[in-house]
Design a protein around this ligand. Structure first.
Ligand code: ATP
Ligand code: MG
Length: 162
């Protein structure tokens, strides 16, 4: 099971950004550029075989954040929603990055049939959308919730739930 070093924050965005997002804290991200930058800033502190859980409705910015993060690992192509494929795998110089959408996976059994555990263990990073059934299996993995703000189309709020 991946564990973060106890004395560093896994989501430390480092200078000159606004600092780490602690559990329970929120931040406003203004525009897709900031959304990508927030994702990219997570990359330096990723532990081996890192897992990051994302929650958020349609259009909340999950893929945009993920593309920033996977781009920061050195992948130069497009990152797209894994909604239909369930899993997208991106080769990066740092190792494989997985982007998983567990929304349509019916039960935990089906997740195990996908050998997701082994795929995650063999990847540098796994970003998992709608993975609440896996939260207990990866207790050290941060959970980020992404939300629209009412009446503000060009802003998203990110909250670290764990
Ligand atoms: N912080 C932001 N502020 C404004 N717009 C944003 C922000 N982040 C992303 N967007 C825009 O919102 C739209 C949806 O983003 P994205 O595809 O990343 O969402 P998603 O959560 O992956 O959606 P889906 O569930 O449909 O896959 C895109 O047009 C993207 O550019
Ligand atoms: Mg998406």
């Amino acid at each position: 099971m991946p564990a973060f070093p106890p004395d560093t924050s896994p989501l430390d965005t480092g200078p000159p950004g606004p600092g780490p997002l602690e559990t329970g804290q929120s931040r406003l991200l203004r525009g897709p550029g900031e959304q990508r930058h927030f994702g990219a800033a997570l990359a330096p502190a990723l532990p081996p075989a890192a897992v990051l859980f994302l929650e958020g409705e349609l259009g909340a910015g999950k893929t945009t954040l993920t593309s920033g993060l996977i781009g920061a690992l050195g992948f130069e192509g497009p990152v797209t929603s894994p909604t239909y494929a369930l899993i997208h795998a991106y080769p990066t110089p740092a190792g494989r990055a997985l982007h998983v959408d567990a929304y349509r996976v019916r039960g935990v059994q089906e997740l195990y049939e996908l050998d997701l555990e082994d795929l995650i263990a063999g990847s540098r990073l796994s970003v998992v959308e709608w993975g609440e059934r896996l939260y207990a299996d990866y207790p050290d993995a941060p959970i980020l919730r992404l939300e629209h703000l009412e009446g503000e189309e060009d802003v998203r709020r990110v909250t670290r739930l764990r």
